[in-house]
Design a protein around this ligand. Structure first.
Ligand code: FAD
Ligand code: FO1
Length: 453
């Protein structure tokens, strides 16, 4: 069954050479339900050539720490075993893609190159650099979104309300069953060496100051277990429980989605088949499909997705008008990082982030907004929020994070509200507002009990 060609973008045209097809795996680190891998196999089967998978491991990816690399590499180890059984071996190469990848392609006499879609700046630079030094065809497949990003909309959308109709209209065309990944019939005479993941995790020259977490286990199989547990115990109450930090009302899937260890499309289809109320399903699918694809849309069409410049003009105007407002409190990056503000609720959220690597979704909004309120400028607030979110959150370094922080601090995908000091018309959130929503004291007490990983 042919892959819907609308999922594919040509990064570089050209005539395929006789060699193997290579899938450069990056965002979608999984064997199952992976449109980029399926497309690479389709080309390799038509050309009757081997299929090779390569992952370019860079030791300084956006200040990632051992917390992220440990989760990612242990997940890749499982995928490597699956792909070896499918006779499409995964090789991990070390170094910057613009150097390591062309060398790899040359050494394997690759005939064409397929990679997965990612709207982040760093990935677009990687791909442009690789495309500029290779002469084989180079394709990009959106294996992360259900509706391919460039197909969902051809421009930056104002908010969920403008992208939703476009996504929902296109869903039936793209929510199609995944073809089976076949054991690949064409192979290299000699199998490439498999990486020693443990050695990589222990020897990689990376920042080890943020400890790995033990409450969540990486990999495709674990991701499916977490999904099935959520379908059984969490989905039915999701609509009313998801915004209460004292209840584990969320799915816990974001680290797996971030590293591509599970397909959002897989989650969506299993949620749709679940025996729960339509309201519970719709609430969850709104987040999983509309909100998540809106974040990719934001990062894809707005090159300033992680800075003040990326905010809508109404927000820039109002934040500028309030630039000189008195800040009742001012904290340094260190004080924020250590959770040493006057606000015990904010400190608890920061402690949750630092120790568990996953802050509750409701608290993330409050957490980011208070950074705006307690720093000198919105630019500084963005820098601090992005730095802490990427440094400690397992699901950080993700379009959802940049869009979530820009929503909180710069009104992206939101509208103007009543004016408040420092915020201007950007939506304000308060400690008392939280108290009216959930039992703040029990959240704080609960987090106090957390011990460092
Ligand atoms: P669930 O509620 O179970 O949601 C399931 C999935 O739906 C999520 O994994 C995510 O893919 C998607 N989703 C849910 N809420 C949102 C949302 N508001 N925007 C986009 N997608 C959403 N999400 C990240 O993946 N990485 C981040 O770094 C990140 N940083 C954030 C920072 C701020 C300031 C804010 C306000 C939100 C941020 N989010 C981020 C979005 C959201 O909070 C998380 O996706 C969610 O809490 C992840 O936990 P979960 O998978 O258990 O959530
Ligand atoms: N992608 C890669 O292709 N190579 C890497 O070495 C790599 C490291 C990495 C570390 C932390 C992290 O959160 C993400 C990392 N990614 C890496 C990218 C990741 O797979 C996602 O594609 C993006 O971060 C989300 O868009």
């Amino acid at each position: 069954m042919k892959i819907n060609i609308k999922r594919v973008r040509i990064l570089q045209d050209g005539v395929a050479k006789r060699g193997p097809v290579v899938y450069w795996m990056s965002r979608d680190q999984r064997a199952d339900d992976n449109w980029a891998l399926l497309y690479a196999q389709e080309i390799a089967l038509n050309a009757k050539v081997p299929l090779l998978v390569v992952f370019c491991l860079v030791p300084d990816f956006l200040n990632a720490t051992i917390r992220h690399y440990g989760f990612m590499l242990k997940g890749l180890e499982e995928t490597m075993q699956t792909l070896s059984k499918k006779k499409m071996p995964l090789t991990i190469i070390l170094g910057q893609p613009n150097k390591a990848l062309p060398q790899y392609l040359e050494s394997r006499k690759a005939g064409s190159l397929v990679t997965d879609f990612d709207p982040l700046r760093i990935k677009r630079i990687w791909k442009a650099e690789v495309a500029s030094v290779i002469s084989i065809p180079f394709y990009e497949v959106d294996a992360h979104n259900i509706v391919p990003c460039w197909h969902g909309s051809s421009k930056q959308e104002y908010g969920a309300y403008t992208i939703r109709p476009k996504i929902l209209k296109a869903l039936p065309e793209f929510l199609t069953p995944f073809p089976k990944l076949r054991i690949h019939p064409f192979r290299l005479s000699s199998q490439p060496p498999t990486a020693n993941i443990n050695k990589l995790v222990t020897t990689l020259c990376i920042d080890r100051s943020v400890k790995e977490v033990g409450w969540i286990h990486p990999g495709e199989k674990q991701a499916i277990k977490v999904l099935r547990r959520f379908l059984r115990h969490g989905l039915a109450a999701y609509a009313e429980a998801r915004n209460d930090p004292n209840r584990s009302g969320q799915s816990g899937l974001s680290p797996y989605l971030h590293f591509g260890q599970i397909s959002a499309q897989r989650i969506a289809t299993e949620v749709m088949d679940a025996k729960v109320s339509k309201q519970a399903k719709d609430t969850f699918l709104e987040e999983l499909i509309v909100r998540r694809e809106l974040s990719d849309n934001y990062c894809f069409y707005n090159s300033c997705y992680d800075s003040f410049e990326g905010f809508p003009s109404w927000a820039k105007k109002t934040l500028n008008e309030h630039r000189r407002d008195r800040r009742d409190y001012l904290y340094s990056l260190k004080e924020f990082e250590q959770g040493q503000t006057h606000d015990i609720l904010w400190n608890a959220a920061q402690r949750e982030l630092r120790i568990t690597g996953k802050m509750h979704g409701y608290m993330r909004m409050y957490w980011a907004k208070k950074i705006l309120e307690w720093t000198k400028t919105p630019e500084k607030a963005m820098a601090i929020a992005v730095y802490l979110n990427d440094r400690y959150s397992l699901d950080g370094r993700d379009p959802n994070g940049y869009a979530g922080i820009a929503w909180s601090i710069g009104g992206v995908h939101d509208r103007a509200w009543n004016t408040h000091a420092v915020y201007g018309k950007v939506r304000y959130m308060s400690y008392n507002g939280c108290k009216s929503k959930f039992d703040v004291q029990s959240y704080i007490d609960n987090i106090k009990g957390y011990r460092h990983a």
